[in-house]
Ligand binder design. Structure first.
Ligand code: ZN
Length: 160
């Protein structure tokens, strides 16, 4: 029986398609007219650069998320998926979610306090990077930038 192997291969193919789709046509790409928070993310090892924009409303909810930048398919797809994932979230929830995603993609999910109520959803497509340590920084760049944007003390992050 090779069903399990086939399923894994099929999933990998689907995930690859999802990543390439988001990398080719990133969602919410471009600088919005109106935003309240922003941060740069730079991954010198790979050459990924992105700028993340958030619009947080008075009730503390993220009303809009957008990004611009350039980099490898994984960094662009991850940023694109981020914009879909955290839109509508309260900033506290987005910070917790970002920490959980970063832990999961880095392979340190065991230490994650939000494991139980944590839905990776489409971000599962990025989980494969755990096998490639140098790509983890590509996949987590946008998530570090999200935290930098919501943290008034730092508005720029570099993975190095
Ligand atoms: Zn990269």
């Amino acid at each position: 029986m090779s069903n399990a192997v086939t399923t894994t291969d099929e999933l990998r193919e689907l995930y690859r398609e999802l990543i390439l789709d988001h990398a080719r046509s990133p969602r919410h790409f471009g600088k919005p007219d109106d935003f309240s928070h922003s941060a740069d993310g730079i991954n010198p090892l790979c050459g990924d650069k992105l700028h993340l924009y958030l619009r947080v409303k008075n009730d503390g909810k993220i009303d809009d998320v957008a990004f611009e930048g350039s980099g490898c398919a994984i960094s662009m797809a991850s940023a694109s998926l981020l914009t879909e994932s955290v839109s509508g979230m309260a900033t506290d929830d987005a910070l917790a979610y970002s920490a959980a995603v970063t832990a999961r993609l880095s392979g340190s999910a065991a230490s994650c306090a939000h494991q139980d109520d944590f839905e990776l959803g489409k971000l599962r497509a990025l989980e494969g990077v755990r096998e490639f340590p140098s790509r983890v920084k590509c996949a987590t760049l946008a998530w570090h930038a999200l935290r930098a944007a919501l943290d008034a003390k730092s508005r720029s992050i570099s993975t190095e």
